[in-house]
Design a protein around this ligand. Structure first.
Ligand code: TYD
Ligand code: MG
Length: 452
């Protein structure tokens, strides 16, 4: 067998390359590729006889195991109705966003229900975690706390204790003495996650792994373990905003795309059960450049304000600045407005912002984005009691989107009385809303801005 040669692994996405490069072809990140020591050579061939795998059929007699609800509604919904026993969950997010705070609160509510919960911190000393617990008013909760980074010791502890839930904060600090590279390297993080996930399955212990999203290439990010776990949640938010959004990007036991909304307060994270009211709360009177988008996140409708500012540019290439939306989508909408409606944005700086630190990925936001852009450019306000939604196609036609009724219902509940949406949308009951059904972008410009 040829001698194993070193491999080069991207610490951001885990892609393996044959040689070093400044930029990872797979994810496009710069300076994230590091050399990994070759794995010790395994058995020469698989010719040896293995053990026959026990096979079963698909029909199962066992009832699905009951989920353990945290009693934190925003977290339970994102998980698909609570924690599934023996499952592995990854909670990723930027450092300082509030992962440890959220999980300590979650641990406390599980422990208060009489279920055994271990919180193992590799980042903070027990005293620090206790101080946080004090600040959060959780000192009475019977959470078993440990500070350790050696995975062999952690697994031994878990095997002896057999808790319902073990929280590992964070996976990047854990190390296995059987793997040679440094803690935080791709091989350590992968091996540690693999051990913990297989332990979870074998021994019936649910594990939650915390993973920091890393910017520099020396430490592996949470993406390298995404494929191993059952559920991947990301905790996101803008710095300077107190809102935090917990988003399910993968869930073997429930819907993905579900979000939970929290607010970071002096006493920890508090749930926001009506996010629309919160994202719209600082909305003033009708101002040009503002449009309210009736969106849907997972199973829940969420109204957000989209703000645009359009100003003459002094630059050769005008600025396009976007917060909370995909910048490629903005370019497409600008191009469609120019090509199909004859409204140019050349020579104009465009700033687009989703209020409240929310991130929107739904194509249904197109119409609200176009509305905000046109409103800012023409200096005409959109009626403040109007919501907009609909996808814009490259031809300038408006395409209906799903859950129209759900969106209208939420808008009506929050005091909006008219909606602009694509023609041919399945409306059902319009919830007392005045509905403008628009076939294409040109008609939209005429309808709202009185021009053609
Ligand atoms: P933390 O949970 O330590 O973040 P992570 O584990 O994701 O790195 O949260 C750190 C931030 O949260 C810190 O900037 C302080 C703030 N915070 C509050 O605002 N209120 C609180 O009650 C707590 C515990 C933290
Ligand atoms: Mg932390």
């Amino acid at each position: 067998m040829s001698k194993a040669s070193p491999t080069f692994t991207c610490t951001a996405c885990g892609a393996v390359h044959r040689k070093w490069a400044g930029r990872c072809d797979a994810c496009g990140a710069w300076n994230t590729i590091i050399e990994e020591a070759p794995l010790s050579s395994g058995p020469k061939s698989l010719g040896a006889k293995g053990r026959a795998v026990a096979l079963t059929d698909l029909a199962t007699e066992e009832a699905p195991p009951p989920r353990a609800a945290f009693g934190i509604a925003e977290l339970d919904r994102v998980l698909g109705g609570g924690l599934v026993p023996a499952s592995a969950v990854l909670v990723g997010g930027d450092p300082g966003i509030g992962k440890s705070t959220l999980l300590l609160q979650a641990a406390a509510s599980i422990a208060r229900q009489g279920l055994k919960c271990l919180y193992l911190s590799g980042e903070e000393a027990s005293a620090q975690v206790r101080m946080r617990a004090q600040r959060l008013g959780l000192t009475d909760a019977p959470v078993a706390l440990g500070a350790e980074t050696n995975l062999r010791d952690i697994l031994t502890t878990l095997d002896a204790e057999r808790p319902a839930l073990a929280i590992i904060d964070s996976i990047q600090t854990m190390w296995l003495d059987t793997v040679e590279s440094a803690p935080g390297s791709v091989s350590q993080v992968r091996a540690a996650a693999h051990e913990l996930v297989s332990f979870a399955k074998k021994r019936g212990v649910a594990v939650i792994l915390v993973g920091h999203v890393t910017k520099d290439g020396q430490i592996a990010g949470p993406r390298v373990v995404e494929h191993m776990v059952d559920t991947v949640l990301y905790f996101e938010g803008e710095r300077g905003h107190q809102f935090r959004i917990l988003r399910a990007v993968k869930n073997r036991f429930g819907p993905a795309d579900e979000i939970g909304v929290f607010e970071m307060t002096g006493g920890g994270l508090s749930e926001v059960s009506n996010p629309s009211a919160l994202f719209l709360s600082d909305r003033g009177q009708a101002v040009p450049g503002s449009a309210v988008f009736a969106g849907v996140e997972g199973t829940r409708p969420v109204l957000t304000e989209i703000q645009a500012l359009v100003a003459p540019s002094t630059l050769g290439t005008p600025r396009r600045t976007v917060v909370g939306l995909d910048s490629g989508r903005l370019s497409t909408i600008l191009a469609v407005l120019e090509a199909r409606c004859g409204i140019p944005f050349a020579g104009l700086d465009v700033f687009l912002n989703v209020a409240g630190g929310m991130k929107i990925s739904e194509p249904a936001a197109d119409l609200a984005v176009a509305g905000a852009l046109l409103s800012a450019r023409e200096d005409v306000a959109i009626p403040p009691d109007m919501v907009l939604f609909g996808e814009i196609s490259l031809s300038g036609a408006l395409r209906p989107v799903g859950q129209t009724e759900n969106r209208l219902k939420e808008a009506s509940k929050l005091g909006f009385s008219q909606a602009t949406l694509p023609a041919r949308s399945k409306i059902g009951t319009a919830e007392g809303m005045r509905v403008h059904q628009i076939p294409d972008l040109t008609a939209f410009v005429g309808d709202i801005f009185g021009a053609g």
